[in-house]
Ligand binder design. Structure first.
Ligand code: NAI
Ligand code: F6P
Length: 382
């Protein structure tokens, strides 16, 4: 079996690429970072530091890499059995063009072996969104062929992988937590279901995607935003701050109440899930900057993402949302010199004020009670 993985970044090298290579799959990474590409092609292996009480270094072997903007991608897509991505939600549209060209070539070559494509991003049904971008780029004559031979498989991906502290000396080294979870929608595969250790199959993906995105990611983002406001540099320092921890736990519980109603999760098991996540945020072996975890605040404040979607759920079921409101207000204070979305947010706030800005970014009704609560929390935090 051969796989092409877009994005040789933290999750690409530290989680998905590692699982594929460990399963004996011939793996080619596609990326745009020439330093990483050159290092992968020179060494064909890299170290993964799995940190925890029993730390170990595992070497991922037998990998190679191509530039994601080169025509080699087209040939690879026409030949491989599996395509995965971990590039970031905003990049999916950018890779769709070459994936579409590769699919057209695959069809022209008469290759009818099933191909499955799995986007491993922090998104609800990211692969389905990638499919829409691919369909837009693919001439209509190939659409029926695609429906027959290409599976677009949605997934939920959970492992905390901050940039490695050794990044400046070794561009390939990656540091990961012990925990990992990759859950894929088994109803969307074409051909036989793959047996890849570490990849779990489910026919109830939405529950897992929402559980992960609206618990771990909701809590993580709020830890980052409140942490930054309080002057903490890392997620660990922020979550050890009792005031922040109380809001983060409260927000995960508020979001959890929605999930319990929507998916019938067991309340006790969900409380244990939240406790485990708080422990993961405290991980003393990972140095994860609040700036990284808060990155791209406009995406994180959008209607379908980790802050607004759970809040909408609380409105739907008439549930409390005071901690989520604190988290949203804190997100609107996020700043980063490196992050264009943080600059855009600051400009919007300066030009339009918090009420109109939040309504524009999140789709919430500007005159709603929840927007008023966020605005008042935002002023209080300022
Ligand atoms: N790091 C983490 O702990 C987790 C990340 N994720 C998700 O995984 C995805 C990737 O995140 P990270 O690995 O943290 O980011 P990252 O920034 O470390 O990696 C992204 C990689 O994509 C590459 N890239 C950018 N444009 C590209 C293109 N056109 N073609 C191919 N590669 C391109 C970048 O050069 C980089 O190597 C995101 O959607 C994130 O939300 C999900 C769970 C955990
Ligand atoms: O990658 P995003 O969506 O910007 O979220 C921030 C980070 O927090 C995590 O949830 C855990 O590290 C990752 O999934 C993610 O890298």
């Amino acid at each position: 079996m051969k796989a092409l993985h877009f994005g040789a970044g933290n999750i690409g090298r530290g989680f998905i690429g590692k699982l594929l290579a460990d399963a004996g799959i011939e793996l080619v990474f596609a990326d745009v970072n020439q330093t990483v590409l050159d290092a992968l092609n020179a060494r064909h292996e890299y170290p993964v530091h799995v940190v925890g009480e029993q730390a170990k270094v595992e070497t991922v072997k037998g990998v190679s890499a191509v530039n994601s903007t080169s025509d080699e991608i087209i040939t690879l897509v026409s030949e491989v059995d599996l395509v995965t991505t971990a590039v970031g939600p905003q990049i999916l549209e950018r890779i769709a063009g070459s994936v579409a060209k590769g699919l057209a070539k695959r069809s022209d070559n008469g290759n009818t072996r099933p191909l499955n494509i799995i986007a491993c991003e922090n998104m609800v049904r990211g692969t389905s969104q990638l499919k829409q971008h691919v369909l837009k780029a693919l001439p209509e004559q190939y659409h029926a062929w695609l429906e027959q031979h290409v599976g677009f498989v949605d997934s939920a991906v959970d492992r905390i992988v901050p940039p490695s502290e050794a990044g400046s000396t070794d561009p390939l080294e990656v540091t990961v937590e012990t925990f990992s979870e990759w859950i894929v929608d088994k109803t969307q595969f074409k051909g036989d279901l793959p047996a890849i250790p570490g990849m779990e199959l489910t026919d109830n993906l939405m529950a897992f995607v929402e559980r992960k995105l609206f618990t771990l990611n909701t809590g993580h983002a709020i830890t980052a935003y409140l942490g930054q406001l309080a002057g903490h540099q890392t997620i660990r320092d922020a979550i050890l701050d009792e005031k922040i921890r109380a809001v983060v736990k409260g927000a995960m519980e508020e979001s959890g109440a929605v999930l319990i109603k929507r998916y019938g999760f067991d309340a006790e098991k969900h409380a244990a899930y939240i406790r485990k996540i708080l422990g993961r945020f405290e991980n003393p072996y990972l140095k994860d900057d609040v700036e990284r975890v808060g990155r791209q605040p406009l995406r994180k404040l959008s209607a379908g993402d980790r802050l607004i979607k759970p809040t909408l759920g609380t409105l739907e079921y008439g549930l409390p949302h005071a901690s989520l409101v604190q988290g949203i207000a804190a997100a609107m204070h996020y700043h980063s010199d490196q992050d264009p979305q943080a600059q855009e947010l600051a400009t919007l706030l300066a030009e339009k004020g918090p009420q109109a800005t939040l309504a524009e970014i999140s789709g919430l009704d500007a005159d709603s009670e929840v927007v008023a609560s966020v605005v008042s929390a935002w002023h209080a935090m300022a």
